[in-house]
Design a protein around this ligand. Structure first.
Ligand SMILES: *Cc1c(COP(=O)(O)O)cnc(C)c1O
Length: 370
């Protein structure tokens, strides 16, 4: 048996008949940049998330970059975020000449530790970026309270968290901005790059709409300096179709997570693997199913031999990346992030997995530890 980490070909087979005619229609019309397909998808996203404004951009990375530009982050400013995230979160801060001020993560959820944020706020802090890592919300009540008190906008990195709920609300509309990614491996993935900024504030939505087209709401009149960062019609066309199936796919991911839990418990494996902690009352969408395990690297090699795909998200926390040497951090600065980088492993969780495949994964983990 083979169990890849992700099988996008299996998903494509289920939507091919619907997607291909839409792609053909767009090609016949030759309208590729923004346009009615993008507007229609933006509307559907707003309905899905229950957030009034959605603005399609070129990627999840650009969603963060444009949000930081929109709140006025300047060279030399500081932005608070977690070092245990995909690089884009920190990279977008640095692209603007600002400085990422890292805050360590919670041991249970791997999300930014809200209790450590206050101590990192200085007079140069301009924003806070919590990341809803793996598909689980950060502790937004506390984060909003601390940020509001300091007058700081919050930009939610929701790239892994489409449909994730925090206290019955979908994430992306709690802070000033929500940033989504349609990178193919995200829960709602396009046929290429794509992203979206969401907000509940009309003026902020207008700002992002201006920034994505070189700061011009009226063509060839530039009120500010922006980017070229637009969602294209082909992606929007594909994504609008896939959005209809998102809840169904998410339910399958959640079902797979509960099946894993049951199997790990039944096999007496919980002393070797720490199951993902899903904070009660909130909805985890399992973009990744991540365990903290003993002898991680050996386990990974063992599973690879059994044709089971795994991944390490992420092997090097941002503060120890080569490009951030200039920040002067050292090993030990963010111990929970460093531990997570050494101890975690992501298992296949995608919706099309069969029960046999899941059982095969757990059996192999059982074999490794016995
Ligand atoms: C994927 C991802 C991004 C970047 O999204 P892209 O669309 O690949 O640019 C940003 N943050 C996190 C946490 C991500 O997982």
């Amino acid at each position: 048996m083979k169990v890849p980490l992700l099988d996008l070909k299996a998903q494509y087979q289920t939507i091919k008949k619907e997607v291909l005619p839409v792609i053909e229609e767009i090609c016949e019309n030759q309208g590729f940049i923004l346009g009615p397909k993008v507007e229609s998808f933006e509307k559907k996203m707003s309905q899905y998330l229950d957030i009034p404004y959605s603005v399609g951009v070129a990627s999840g990375t650009d969603a963060i970059l444009l949000s930081l530009m929109a709140v006025g982050v300047q060279p030399g400013d500081e932005v608070i975020t977690t070092p245990y995230t995909f690089f884009a979160t920190g990279g977008s801060i640095s692209r603007l000449g600002a400085i990422p001020r890292f805050v360590d993560i919670r041991r249970d959820t791997f999300n930014i530790d809200e209790n450590l944020i206050s101590s990192k706020i200085t007079s140069r802090t301009k924003a806070v970026i919590p990341v809803h890592l793996y598909g689980q919300s950060a502790e937004m009540d506390r984060i909003m309270k601390i940020s509001d008190k300091a007058g700081l906008p919050v930009i939610e990195d929701a790239a892994q968290a489409i449909g994730t709920e925090y206290k019955k609300k979908k994430v992306g509309g709690i802070g000033s901005f929500g940033c989504f990614s349609f990178f193919p491996s995200k829960n709602l993935g396009g046929f290429g790059d794509g992203g979206m900024v969401t907000t509940t504030h009309p003026a902020l939505a207008e700002k992002i709409k201006s920034l994505r087209v070189h700061g011009s709401l009226k063509r060839y009149y530039h009120d500010e300096i922006g980017c070229n960062s637009r969602l294209d019609s082909l992606q929007a066309g594909v994504l609008e179709i896939k959005l209809k199936y998102l809840d169904q796919w998410t339910k399958k991911r959640q079902k797979n997570a509960s099946l894993y839990e049951k199997l790990f418990k039944n096999h007496g494996l919980t002393e070797f693997v720490q199951l993902p902690f899903a904070s009660p009352g909130n909805v985890h969408v399992y973009n990744q199913y991540v365990l903290r395990v003993k002898r991680r690297d050996d386990l990974r090699a063992f599973l690879a031999k059994a044709d089971i795909g795994t991944e390490i998200y992420y092997p090097v926390p941002l503060h120890l990346q080569k490009c951030y040497e200039f920040l002067g951090h050292k090993t030990g600065d963010f111990p929970e992030s460093e531990k997570a980088a050494l101890e975690t492993i992501a298992l296949p969780i995608y919706p099309e997995l069969t029960e046999d495949q899941l059982t095969y994964v757990v059996k192999n983990i059982k074999n490794f530890y016995s």
